[in-house]
Every structure is written in structure tokens, then in C-alpha cells.
Design a protein around this ligand. Structure first.
Ligand code: CA
Ligand code: CA
Length: 196
């Protein structure tokens, strides 16, 4: 007695043939990854860009002060301080009459009233120039701290570098540095310096 198969005859063609031909959606995956990356950078932009976002503009401002001081020296044959200061290199902050002189706001040191330095006004006393409650002109970094400026006040063509702790040849009359995001001048890792 032969045994006959009964019931429906299944089609032997692969039932997922149409699905198998469909390509893996790499484009969609790529778009999702890109969107996730953009979202991550947006959410954590302060963390990702914190170290560098202010670096170049801050260096440019320090360079502007260096150039302005150079022009001052060409014009008046000295650095922007009274001729009575002791002739030895000195570190000062970016505040007071020498800043006022560079922006032509202090005739005693800049009698020709030449505007040698032009920088943006500080917003909330950060990243620019402003006049404090005593009427003194102040230049601050992006974190609201004044810069440190070391002048070649003995005019010997060298300045003590507080980072290397060495007196080094220097073609400019002044070098400057910012204490950086941590506002601590002694932590050099985040300091922004005119010499590097
Ligand atoms: Ca010197
Ligand atoms: Ca620092």
C-alpha cells in the first residue's frame, strides 16, 4: 500500500527571497550615528571645546598688546611706564595707566594721544577692556582675570620666563600669559602664553 502524501504542496522557493535582496540600511545607520555625534557635541560642547575655544582669540589679544607696546616704544623710546621706574624687568597685571596709555586714555604717558591698542569692551568684566569703579582701565581674559605681563624694563633684550624659570632672549618688550580656565597662574597646563 503506497503512502501518498496529502495536504498542501509547499512552494520550494525561498519565501524570504524578496527580503534577502534588501540591503542592510547602512545609510540609515550612518545618519543615526551622525545625529548622535552632533547631539553629543552639542550637549557636551563646553567640555569638548573648553580647552581650546578661547585659546586662539586670547593669544591674538596678547599679541595685540605686544604689538601696541612695540609701537609705543618706537614712538616714545621706552615702555609705557614713567621713566622713573627702576630699570629691571617687572611683572604687572593688565591694569592701570600703562593699559590706559595704550588705548590713548592717559595723556601723561601718551601725550600724542595715539591709539595703539584697540580691543573689544569687556562683557560682564570678561574678555576685554573696561573701566573699574576707581576709573582704572582693566584688560581681562575670557575668565575675568587680568593677564600677567612681564616687561623688559632693563632693555637688555631678554625677559625672565616664569614657566621655564629662565631668563631668555626676547625680541619683544613684553611677554604675557593668562592663568587659563582654572584662574590659577601657577598651573601652567591650562595657562595661555604669548610664547607658545
Ligand atoms: Ca630684561
Ligand atoms: Ca592655570
Amino acid at each position: 500500500m503506497s503512502e501518498e502524501t496529502s495536504g498542501p504542496v509547499f512552494d520550494q522557493q525561498p519565501i524570504h527571497a524578496a527580503t534577502a535582496k534588501r540591503k542592510f540600511p547602512w545609510l540609515l545607520v550612518g545618519e543615526c550615528l551622525l545625529a548622535a555625534m552632533i547631539l553629543f557635541l552639542y550637549l557636551y560642547r563646553d567640555f569638548v571645546f573648553k580647552k581650546d575655544v578661547h585659546r586662539i582669540p586670547t593669544k591674538e589679544k596678547m599679541k595685540d598688546v605686544q604689538v601696541a607696546t612695540g609701537h609705543y616704544r618706537t614712538e616714545y623710546n621706552r615702555i609705557p611706564f614713567p621713566s622713573t621706574i627702576p630699570e629691571r624687568d617687572m611683572e604687572v597685571r593688565t591694569q592701570g595707566t600703562w593699559i590706559a596709555a595704550l588705548i590713548a586714555q592717559y595723556d601723561a604717558l601718551n601725550p600724542r594721544q595715539i591709539e595703539l591698542l584697540s580691543l573689544p569692551s569687556a562683557l560682564e568684566q570678561r574678555d576685554g577692556i573696561y573701566q573699574d569703579n576707581n576709573g582704572e582701565w582693566v584688560l581681562t581674559d575670557p575668565w575675568g582675570e587680568m593677564y600677567y605681563a612681564i616687561f623688559d624694563a632693563d632693555y637688555d633684550g631678554s625677559i625672565f620666563n616664569p614657566e621655564t624659570m629662565k631668563t631668555e632672549p626676547e625680541s619683544r618688550s613684553v611677554i604675557l600669559y593668562s592663568a587659563g580656565p582654572d584662574r590659577d597662574p601657577k598651573t601652567w597646563k591650562d595657562n595661555i602664553c604669548s610664547w607658545r
